[in-house]
Write a protein that binds this ligand. Structure first.
Ligand code: DSN
Length: 413
């Protein structure tokens, strides 16, 4: 009888093998990516994928739930401990659903939300006009100043003028530490609910190298992959007073049956993130990102927002090297380095071929790369951009990068 993936579906198995090899031999510098551990992947591929469990522990709509309740309660308990949260909902399927769940819990159609401009580091799901959220709710924007820091004075002015019902902090390309208290004081002043989307930096918060926003904000959303290094998924943390409406908005409001295999994997990831070794990992991420910032600056790359306080850098590559974000992404792909093109503040170019690129270090830090490797990687990035039309140089770089990657194992593979 056929059992293995290779026997049942050799085509899919081959594609997976190729992806495995790409991940092993490539340099993963996409700021939102990481490598989940073998334990996380084991839970993800477990029998919990077979189980439907609409509802919450102790209040399910289907029978056969003693173990789904046990695993969901475990994930909730660990999430609350990790982030010192009063309430955790671990059912959101990912970051975008987590944000929609909060919007639908707090807002009525056409209510106003104050969120960060996408080109200034915000996220699509924070109300970009192309999203469903923007069709339902009314988003207004705040931005950063030319020194790269959030313009809190302007933020307060906009909040007082617009009287939003929800004030949303958090970002996917902003690289500086924000002032949680100042933001939440403005939200209190205008009687808005405060929300923080910590998806990118959750692992740095769990590792205690970045301040925890949970005590300050009414509601905090996150993904569980990225720097947190769990399975692809989402989560909402909130103060007790919001617990009931958040849970109701998640199920039955927005989602159906939770993915219990994913919740089991979240429980594993939270356990890993509670270990002292995760603090060491988070510390190394910050150090690697600082080295990357310093080295790239040395090679003449223009670093946006005045530098980095987290796991990534945003570069105006068109402004500093005359190469568009899309072109840079293609050239670096050719040598085995994955990054992504990205808008820079008030980018005059189009989102499909912007002026910037975003580079992050969580994945290579998981592989054990440190300052010495980051220096080499920065050199390779510069060499590739400078020699973007020279196929011979690009081929040579690809070989060198593969060689270095082979020296660093990927924990989950
Ligand atoms: N796709 C993630 C990122 O790259 O930031 C967030 O949606």
């Amino acid at each position: 009888m056929k059992h293995s993936l290779k026997q049942i579906d050799p085509k899919t198995a081959r594609i997976i093998e190729k992806e495995k090899r790409r991940q092993l031999e490539g340099m993963e510098l996409i700021a939102s990516e990481n490598y989940a551990s073998k334990a996380v992947m084991e839970a993800l591929g477990s029998v919990f994928t077979n189980k439907y469990s609409e509802g919450y522990p102790g209040k399910r709509y289907y029978g056969g739930q003693p173990f789904t309740d046990a695993v969901e309660n475990l994930a909730i308990k660990r999430a609350k401990k990790l982030f010192r949260a009063e309430h955790a909902n671990v059912q959101p399927l990912s970051g975008a659903p987590a944000n929609m769940i909060v919007y639908s819990a707090i807002l009525k159609p056409r209510d106003k939300v104050l969120g960060m401009d996408l080109s200034h580091g915000g996220h699509l799901t924070h109300g970009h006009p192309v999203t469903l959220a923007a069709k339902i709710y009314n988003f207004v924007r705040y931005k950063t100043k030319t020194d790269g820091l959030i313009d809190y004075k302007e933020l307060e002015k906009i909040a007082v003028r617009e009287k939003p019902k929800l004030m949303l902090a958090g970002f996917s390309a902003y690289t500086r530490q924000m002032d949680y208290k100042r933001f939440c004081d403005v939200a209190k002043k205008v009687r808005a609910v405060s929300m923080f989307d910590m998806a990118h930096i959750a692992g740095l918060i769990a590792g205690r190298v970045i301040p925890n926003p949970v005590p300050y904000f009414d509601i905090v959303t996150t993904t569980t992959h990225k720097t947190l290094r769990g399975p692809r998924g989402g989560m909402v943390l909130c103060k007790k007073e919001f617990a009931r409406i958040i849970d109701k908005a998640c199920f039955p409001g927005f989602q159906g049956g939770p993915h219990m295999n994913n919740i089991a994997a979240k429980a594993v990831a939270f356990k890993e993130a509670l270990e002292p070794s995760f603090r060491k990992y988070a510390k190394q991420i910050l150090s690697n990102a600082k080295t990357l910032e310093r080295e790239l600056r040395r090679y003449g790359f223009k670093i946006m927002f005045g530098g980095t306080d987290n796991h990534m850098v945003l570069i105006d590559i068109f402004g500093s090297k005359g190469v568009s974000g899309k072109e840079a992404e293609t050239v670096l792909d050719e040598i085995g380095i994955s990054i992504n093109k990205n808008m820079i503040p008030d980018d005059p170019r189009s989102p499909t071929d912007p002026s910037g690129i975003r580079i992050g270090v969580p994945a290579i830090t998981t592989r054990g790369m440190k300052e010495k490797e980051i220096k080499q990687i920065s050199k390779w990035i510069n060499e590739a951009i400078e020699n973007r039309n020279n196929k011979r140089v690009l081929r040579k770089l690809r070989k060198e990068i593969t060689k270095m990657c082979r020296r660093f194992s990927v924990p989950g593979i």
